[in-house]
Design a protein around this ligand. Structure first.
Ligand code: MG
Length: 219
């Protein structure tokens, strides 16, 4: 249906324009930014908490949490020391650039080094809407299964970083790391991959070192 394609192209173009405004604003403020994308329960908020705890001695961190309802995740980010803003999408399965633009107006950006945007839990729609962030992080988790890169190629294709969380559960569930990584590499040979457990504090130093270097890089 050509009309539908035309309308979708217009929507994505309008979103891209606002995403570019967001990026300009973040760059001007010297802020490095992440867009965390994952299925519900993969551990996005746990990763946010761990990242804040590790980096807050060196950096000032702000968080934007996207959820259909509640402000549970914003409260968790604030409890560990970040300035946090909530977006409730009221049913939308993803954040878009306009929602982030509005949330950026609610935050005080002066002195902030890192902005983490936790997207709505969903492996399909969030990848289609640019937010203006510097880095898209896909969080996968061991209990979800090793087939996710194959089933959601659009999301894995666009990721800059892939974090495999809950590796402490590898002895207990059928998950083949080689199968998972093969799927990742077929789609996205250049993505950084980190294998971690937020709950058991495994592999997180490598992630925080990598992120610290990115935050310090000039932009
Ligand atoms: Mg969450």
């Amino acid at each position: 249906m050509p009309e539908q394609k035309y309308v979708l192209e217009k929507i994505f173009q309008a979103n891209d324009n606002i995403a570019a405004e967001n990026r300009y604003k973040l760059d001007k403020a010297g802020i490095y930014s992440l867009n965390l994308v994952a299925s519900p329960g993969a551990g996005k908020t746990s990763l946010v908490e761990c990242t804040i705890k590790m980096l807050k001695p060196q950096f000032r961190i702000s968080v934007i949490n996207g959820d259909i309802a509640t402000r549970f995740d914003t409260d968790r980010a604030a409890a560990v020391g970040a300035q946090a803003a909530q977006i409730n999408t009221g049913g939308e399965c993803h954040l878009d650039a306009m929602m982030v633009k509005t949330a950026l107006n609610d935050l005080s950006l002066a002195g902030v080094d890192l902005l983490i945007i936790e997207n709505v839990g969903n492996l399909v729609c969030p990848a289609s809407f640019k937010l203006g962030t510097h880095c898209m992080v896909v969080v996968a988790s061991v209990p979800e299964g090793d087939d996710k890169p194959y089933k959601y190629p659009g999301t894995y294709l666009k990721a800059d970083v892939i974090i495999l969380n809950k590796i402490d559960l590898l002895p207990y569930v059928p998950f083949n790391v080689e199968t998972f990584l093969r799927g990742v590499r077929i789609l996205n040979p250049n993505a950084e991959v980190f294998e971690v457990s937020c709950l058991k504090d495994l592999g997180l130093d490598r992630w925080s070192n990598w992120l610290s270097t990115k935050i310090r890089s000039p932009r």
